[in-house]
Design a protein around this ligand. Structure first.
Ligand code: AMP
Ligand code: GLY
Length: 431
């Protein structure tokens, strides 16, 4: 059976790598893929990004099903198009993907259905937004309404920062159309976690919990990024918190999407803020898996992932369970010089595994912004370049394995955090 994974990041590398290990899978096409998927046994890069062309390719190659990694093709309607052509695909329709592609839609939906989230208001007038900030004070959070590749959120500690963010988005138009409307919401305190489930329209299958580190520098300082590292499971998601998230957030969301005529299919990712009493609130929905959360989650997933996705496409997720490796997995992102502002490209990467991407059976170098260069070289080609991910009996063991593997890998200008997992280690009982 042949499959397609759509995308080119570390998330797609990890999804394709795990799918290629399913019995019966002969080939996983990655469209367009990266320098790591090009080196991975069982995967083949296909240089197609246009969704109509991709549908033609899927028909020609008799692909069994397609899994979509990033949000952009979902928001562009890839699932709608594939379904029209009777092609099997796992992801939300364009209408359902609005849970991520419009913050205003997501917030109004949550409030309408009593799903816990921060209070908010939406503005397209800068004057009204400024008045609202004067009324509410700081800290306060300003979000561009549309997709802004993780750069559309400003957590303002002072009213001045908040006013500046409003001017940047609504007057200077720095985010383009995505920032033509802004959502201003109350600041929530607590610890963040990523809660990702698979949904078939009705049934829900939760994946293992995870946490990522969004800031560039150690100690959670510096600018926000797409994520500098992640681990699974997230200790803050205790069994009680898990049950509450399912009961108060995930189930009501899936039921309300169906009752509003937009049944949700695909991965659904709730970014949560969990307060000190264990109450979860939704910071955002994503209509896809997280990156880099997927890398540790895929390291821990046992069994036949292709079969699980087939159940999801068939609407029979209630007939299947996922088995998880009991160990922890932790991934450290190696980012390019000048990430996140203007990442430098074209630096040669040294120290990659000689064949494939596994360092050993418990450690994999997942690629993101890389491409094959001349003479077998691999070059940097984006902001987040690699995510070195390892399994271990505790977060601390997984962490030291990942950092040990990184000692031999590198490129000019490489940036990384040295403290991935610190929150989980801080919570673990001392041994
Ligand atoms: P988002 O893209 O909506 O998840 O926001 C990006 C990051 O901004 C989140 O991971 C949080 O760290 C932070 N953030 C977003 N909304 C809030 C909020 N209401 N209160 C506190 N922090 C927030
Ligand atoms: N790691 C955060 C995200 O994928 O949105």
């Amino acid at each position: 059976m042949k499959l397609i994974v759509v995308g080119s990041g570390g998330r797609e590398h990890a999804l394709a790598w795990r799918l290629s290990q399913s019995p019966g899978v002969t080939q996983v096409f990655v469209a367009p893929g990266n320098g790591g998927t090009a080196r991975e046994p069982g995967l083949r890069n296909v240089p197609i990004t246009d969704i109509a062309e991709l549908a033609e390719f899927a028909i020609r190659e008799k692909v069994a099903f397609t899994v979509v990694g990033p949000e952009a093709p979902l928001a562009a309607g890839i699932v709608d198009l594939f379904r029209e052509k009777r092609l099997r695909i796992f992801g939300p329709t364009r209408a359902a993907a609005r849970l991520e592609s419009s913050k205003d839609f997501a917030k109004a939906f949550m409030i309408r259905h009593g799903i816990p989230t921060a209070q908010y208001k939406t503005f397209s007038s800068a004057a009204e937004a400024h008045d609202w900030i004067n009324e509410r004070g700081a800290p306060i959070v300003i979000k561009a309404d549309g997709l802004a590749a993780g750069k559309g959120v400003v957590v303002a500690q002072t009213p001045e920062e908040a006013h500046a963010a409003i001017d940047a988005m609504l007057i200077d138009n720095r985010m383009g159309d995505a920032g033509a409307r802004v959502v201003i919401e109350d600041f929530l305190e607590g610890e963040e976690a990523s809660f990702i489930v698979m949904v078939d329209g009705r049934n829900i299958l939760p994946l293992a919990s995870s946490q990522d580190h969004k800031r560039l520098c150690d100690g959670d300082q510096g600018p926000n990024t797409g994520g500098m590292g992640a681990y699974s499971p997230a200790p803050v998601v205790t069994p009680e918190v898990h049950a509450r998230v399912m009961r108060e957030i995930i189930r009501p969301t899936v039921e309300a999407m169906a009752s509003e005529g937009n049944p949700y299919t695909g991965f659904l990712y709730a970014g949560l803020m969990i307060d000190s009493a264990g109450k979860p609130r939704t910071l955002e929905f994503n209509c896809r898996m997280g990156d880099p959360e997927t890398q540790p989650i895929m390291m821990r997933l046992r069994g036949d992932f292709a079969r699980i996705i087939e159940h999801a496409i068939d609407g029979t997720l209630d007939n299947i369970d996922i088995e998880w490796d009991r160990r922890c997995a932790l991934g450290v992102v190696l980012a390019a010089a000048n990430y996140p502002d203007d990442p430098r490209r074209g630096d040669p990467i040294h120290g990659l595994p000689a064949q494939g991407n596994a360092v050993d059976s418990d450690c994999v170098v997942f690629h993101a912004g890389t491409q094959a260069g001349d003479g077998g070289q691999t070059l940097t080609a984006g902001g987040r370049v690699l995510c070195v991910t390892a399994l271990g009996d505790s977060v601390r063991v997984a962490q030291s394995r990942a950092y040990r593997a990184i000692e031999t890998v590198g490129f000019d200008g490489m940036q990384l955090r040295r403290d991935i997992g610190h929150r989980a280690i801080g919570r673990a009982p001392r041994s």
